[in-house]
Design a protein around this ligand. Structure first.
Ligand code: SF4
Length: 298
């Protein structure tokens, strides 16, 4: 029904590969005062709650992070994942240093970089293109929505045309692009959410991360939630929306995520999302049922 990340990893690397979340010590223009100080309305301070806290150089971080997942990863191959904050928001010389260090590790087979589309000047795209000649480089863009009113509410801080230009330049440079979208943003109808999925499907990106909106304590979103300005989705609503989003993207587009990895420690709503295993089981059985109804074999 959809192309999964595991399928893609097996095709590209011959087996399952684990991501190691690393910390490059970056900030974000939406937090340091360049665009704003409050950050996106849902953000707790970088979306990488599980990233390795900065300690030592990248090589040391990789070694430490490997210890935690070694037993689950017989392949011994890893993707270096720079997830927290905006991982291209620094001088090119610094980016070159840390990303080169990451891909020089023999167990690292690819580099994945989470960033904002407005933090990808041409010289950074050039650098990523150079690194891509040594090991595959993936860039993850946090679009979240195509709708300007929602983008304004969440304080995203850039226009849709900036996203379009970033995808176009990255693809021209041969970079693999993944786009993040959030399902359940306040004020969005299901149709608006489907439109975002469809737009990403046509954008030229290679992969999509579909993520449920999490309300985390300490965020401005939590204040709006607690004052009753919006409600979060129920599990069955989420699954129905997810299925339609997947129908709207091309079959060749890889689905990198179907739910989310929000921090349980700070989660206010929806609480059902804390049980990730249950959520994934519910999604898989709903998808399997649909397949049977459509007369396909599992
Ligand atoms: S761009 Fe990312 S790190 Fe920056 S405020 Fe938004 S979600 Fe947080």
């Amino acid at each position: 029904m959809y192309r999964s990340l595991n399928e893609e990893l097996r095709e590209k690397f011959g087996e399952k590969v684990y991501k190691l979340a690393l910390e490059g010590g970056f900030s974000c223009p939406n937090r340091d005062g360049t665009l704003g100080t409050g950050g996106c309305i849902f953000c707790l301070g970088g979306s990488g709650d599980f990233a390795e806290k900065p300690s030592g150089n990248i090589f040391e971080q990789i070694e430490k992070a490997k210890i935690r997942v070694e037993k689950k990863n017989p392949s011994g191959k890893y993707i270096a994942y720079f997830q927290s904050y905006t991982n291209t928001y620094a001088p090119v010389s610094y980016l070159k240093k840390i990303f080169s260090e990451a891909i020089s590790h023999p167990d690292i087979v690819a580099l994945s970089i989470g960033t904002r589309p407005d933090c990808l000047p041409d010289e950074v795209v050039e650098l990523l293109s150079e690194l891509n000649k040594t090991k595959p480089v993936w860039v993850e863009l946090g679009l979240q929505t195509i709708h300007p009113e929602t983008a304004g509410y969440i304080r995203r801080g850039y226009e849709l045309s900036v996203f379009d230009s970033a995808v176009e330049r990255l693809k021209r440079a041969g970079i693999y692009v993944i786009v993040h979208m959030i399902i359940g943003l306040p004020g969005e109808t299901p149709e608006m959410i489907f439109e975002t999925a469809e737009y990403i499907g046509k954008s030229g990106a290679d992969g999509i991360k579909l993520q449920l909106l999490h309300v985390l304590s300490g965020t401005d979103l939590a204040k709006d939630y607690e004052s009753g300005k919006f409600r979060t989705l129920e599990l069955d609503e989420y699954i129905n929306i997810l299925e339609e989003c997947i129908r709207r993207i091309p079959p060749k587009m890889t689905v990198h995520r179907l739910t989310g990895d929000g921090s349980k420690k700070y989660l206010i709503a929806p609480l059902w999302s804390a049980d990730k295993k249950r959520v994934l089981n519910a999604i898989n059985s709903a998808f399997a049922k649909d397949k049977l109804e459509q007369g396909e074999h599992l």
